[in-house]
Design a protein around this ligand. Structure first.
Ligand code: AHR
Length: 571
């Protein structure tokens, strides 16, 4: 994101807000069974959110939402109507060579006094293992389109520049082998972003040959000489990044021409990946709601619909950040209820974007073969005072925890199409899981949300019907609560409940169908203030605490604290 593109973003965001008001009313209960409740509505019935996966919604299964009064919200959870799988990959991470995300955040080098394993800091690895991170997108972002992989292998590493992010030097000490080792240490899969903007198909093809061949080719032997005789598994391949902007300012036609070439020639030779585990290729998709992205999405999907045997793709990316004003970004700390409400209102626009691009994709791919991959999303605030503005360093507060839960719930409700997402970015950059300062590390409120959501990884979506109620502050109206439910592989029912209201608790009364149990146990995350954060000095201000509630006669009653995220299982 450069200054120029920030301006573009600002422009399309204004247009988006204007269009959005019209769209909200036309994307009706009948088609998506979802009304965005932050519009002031007097008709109570219109506040109903039928939280169904889109395939169920479109088949018109009737859901009657129970009535709610001010302090109480009634939910009905129907575990006898399972929906699609919530792909674990929606909990993916993104680690770009940007600021202190990779260097210091992950990599301190084997000679560091910070405890490490082959250069990777042990505290960070242990914290990430607990999140069961499914995949990590690397090396960018905008950085990927200027990355030349050969500079990051072997004993001698070239020192290059990182012009996108703070104009610093890039030591290339964290390269291909270090990335794969890091993934191995945290138990995640590779999502490699190849350089389409300033590289060549040959360079990318050779990278994949280097990584995956078992044949005694020069590149295969070079990989072995560099310490890894066995081929690596590359699960996901991103073909370019924001090719309509920092990735080369291409038109949709230009990009489709590149996509065909890269998809054809960048082969994965790993014998274990020739069948079911084949590498999935993700094409560049839209970046928000600007009108040109409709055309972009149509062009790429149309090309895919008519594709020949010689090329293919499996996913289309969507980038969308939560920002109210690109040219005057909100602070990540020291804000009040107004900024809390404005940011949450903005983040709920993700629902409209996912619906809109899913609808376009449905036209060309009714069988939903192509995943919508939201591989950059999260809050983007003003840089922390005193930090390099190009490092995108920000704090992470209770507001971000609520924001994370709302987005994860949107992805889960679209699980039939959204099968992967990557929050930006994993450590020290934007909406991070972890912050570090040399040897110190602190886990953010967003980290704890991801930890609490682990049971939803690969769980089966279960519909929840409820009247969300309304939380109002000044001219901002938001749904008061949000919720999703899912069944894990053992058949256990899990429920997530978010109370957006920062001032009032809310009593939940949930009726369970198709599931039995006597108690609900789990964790709740809340904080004294909307802008409460964890710091190196006070790391436990926003941490989950245990919660339990009785289930009687198939009914669960639970009080949600103000501004809280709660995950419970019924058993
Ligand atoms: O995440 C920061 C940047 O945002 C990425 O490099 C780019 O893809 C996007 O504009």
């Amino acid at each position: 994101m450069t200054g120029k593109s920030a301006l573009n973003y600002h422009c399309w965001r204004r247009q988006f807000l204007a269009i959005r008001t019209r769209e909200v009313l036309s994307r009706s209960l009948l088609t998506r069974c979802f009304v965005v409740p932050f519009i002031r509505l007097t008709v109570r019935a219109l506040l109903i959110i039928c939280v169904l996966p889109s395939n169920l919604a479109l088949t018109g299964i009737a859901q009657t939402a129970p009535a709610s009064d001010a302090g109480k919200i009634s939910l009905s959870i129907d575990a006898s109507k399972p929906g699609p799988k919530i792909d674990r990959n929606i909990f993916g991470q993104f680690a770009e060579h940007l600021g202190l995300g990779v260097y210091e955040g992950i990599w301190v080098g084997p000679d560091s006094r910070i405890p490490n394993t082959r250069g990777m800091r042990n505290d960070v690895v242990a914290a990430l293992k607990a999140l069961k991170v499914p995949n990590v997108r690397w090396p960018g972002g905008c950085f990927a389109d200027e990355y030349h992989w050969r500079k990051g292998i072997g004993p001698q590493r070239a020192v290059t520049l990182n012009p996108n992010w703070g104009g610093v030097t890039e030591p290339n000490t964290f390269g291909t082998h270090e990335y794969m080792d890091f993934l191995d240490q945290i138990g995640a899969e590779a999502y490699l972003s190849i350089n389409v903007g300033s590289g060549t198909p040959q360079e990318a093809a050779e990278w994949l040959e280097y990584l995956t061949t078992t044949q005694p080719t020069t590149l295969g032997k070079e990989r072995a000489a560099n310490g890894h005789p066995a081929p690596y598994k590359i699960a996901y391949l991103g073909i370019g990044n924001e090719s309509w902007d920092c990735g080369g300012n291409m038109t949709a036609d230009d990009y489709v021409a590149q996509l065909k070439i890269y998809s054809r020639f960048v082969r994965n030779f790993n014998p274990a990946q020739q069948g079911k585990q084949q590498m999935l290729k993700i094409a560049v998709g839209p970046g928000g709601n600007e009108p040109r992205f409709v055309e972009w999405t149509e062009e790429v999907m149309k090309a895919w619909q008519n594709h020949k045997w010689s090329w293919d793709m499996n996913g289309l990316s969507l980038h969308n950040y939560t920002v109210v004003h690109w040219d005057n970004k909100f602070a990540s700390v020291g804000f009040g209820e107004t900024e809390y409400g404005q940011i949450l209102k903005n983040t709920l626009e993700m629902e409209g974007l996912v619906s809109k691009y899913s609808t376009i994709m449905d036209k060309y791919d009714p069988q939903k073969k192509i995943a919508l991959v939201v591989d950059e999303w999260g809050s983007w605030y003003a840089p922390l005072p005193g930090s390099n503005p190009g490092f995108l360093a920000q704090q992470n507060s209770m507001r971000d925890a609520v924001l994370a839960a709302l987005n994860l719930n949107i992805f889960a409700r679209h699980a039939d199409r959204v099968r992967m997402a990557n929050i930006a970015q994993m450590i020290n950059v934007l909406q991070a899981m972890i912050l570090t300062d040399k040897e110190k590390m602190v886990l953010t409120p967003s980290y704890y949300v991801y930890k609490m959501y682990v049971p939803f990884q690969d769980a089966i979506f279960v519909p929840v019907a409820f009247n969300a109620g309304t939380y109002t502050h000044g001219d901002i109206s938001l749904p008061r609560v949000d919720a999703i439910a899912a069944k894990d592989a053992s058949g256990k029912l899990w429920l997530e409940l978010t109370n957006l209201d920062p001032n009032q608790s809310v009593e939940i009364q949930a009726t369970l169908t198709g599931a039995t149990g006597k108690t609900a146990v789990g964790e709740t995350l809340t904080a004294p203030k909307v802008d409460s954060v964890n710091t190196f000095e006070a790391p436990n201000t926003v941490v989950p605490k245990p919660v339990s509630a009785p289930v009687q006669g198939g009914k669960l009653t639970l009080k949600l604290e103000p501004k809280s995220v709660t995950v419970i299982s019924i058993g």
